[in-house]
Design a protein around this ligand. Structure first.
Ligand code: ADP
Ligand code: MG
Length: 233
């Protein structure tokens, strides 16, 4: 995984521990995890050009190494359908981010395709002081924030662990296709957990991984937001 090593060492060279959304998704893609194609636009014109290239509808997000929670900064605009939408979103994102984070260095915005809606899921890795790397799985959105409906397993995971992690969340019914919604593809999600586990197990220096959210579909899943944090040197 030459690409992964390059991204990690570039960040370390710049004394950064937090990878950008674009870098984080590049790493995850190398691991075999499907993420939305996400690119950086430094100007308003560039964001329009990239939107056309990627194909409408698109999503624009603030890109700044100083802003972690993009929505809190008014920095996420979804379902932009044409050039006028993108131009307006660009201006609004910039104005809001500058107002809320006056000292942030802003690289521009990221542009990515609008993913079709699915079941919102989160996956990640945190380091437990006694157990080391631990994977996390849960439902996204309000359920995870209010009910903390998540499960954990110590890395490395076996197939059985991945399966149990998914089965034991309280909101499991939602994954089975609640009220006529499409179900999630559970074996696909298990496979993602196993890929993540193998990656974490074989890659030293990763402190935290946050895929929040990914959308689960009946035929797969796609990560729409990701963040990787490296261990301090
Ligand atoms: P934050 O930094 O605030 O976590 P996110 O990138 O997670 O920002 O975006 C906020 C929300 O916008 C997500 O929870 C998701 O519901 C929606 N979203 C983000 N990216 C996309 C996308 N590519 N397609 C569809 N919805 C998206
Ligand atoms: Mg997010």
């Amino acid at each position: 995984m030459a690409n992964v090593n390059e991204i990690l060492s570039q960040a370390r060279k710049e004394k950064r521990t937090v990878l950008t959304e674009i870098e984080s998704k590049k790493v995850l893609r190398e691991v075999g995890i499907h993420c939305t194609d996400t690119r950086l636009a430094a100007t308003r014109e560039n964001s329009v050009a990239l939107s056309k290239e990627i194909g409408y509808p698109v999503v624009l997000k603030i890109s700044s190494k100083d802003i972690t929670h993009k929505s809190d900064a008014g920095g996420v605009k979804v379902n932009l359908k044409d050039k006028a939408d993108v131009e307006r979103a660009y201006d609004e994102i910039m104005a809001s981010a500058r107002k809320k984070f006056p000292n942030a260095v802003i690289e521009g915005v990221t542009v990515q395709g609008m993913a079709k809606s699915g079941i919102e899921v989160i996956m990640g890795m945190i380091k437990d002081p006694s157990f080391g790397p631990v994977l996390m799985f849960g439902l996204g959105g309000i359920l995870v924030e209010v009910l903390k409906d998540v499960s954990f397993r110590i890395v490395p995971l076996e197939k059985k662990d991945a399966s149990e992690m998914i089965q034991e969340i309280k909101g499991k019914k939602l994954l089975d296709g609640y009220r006529g919604q499409d179900p999630a593809n559970i074996p696909y999600l298990e496979d993602m957990l196993l890929k993540l586990s193998a990656f974490v197990d074989h890659t030293p220096g990763i402190e935290e991984i946050d895929m929040n959210p990914l959308f689960a579909y009946k035929d797969g899943a796609v990560v729409v937001d990701a963040r990787i944090i490296l261990s301090a040197a």
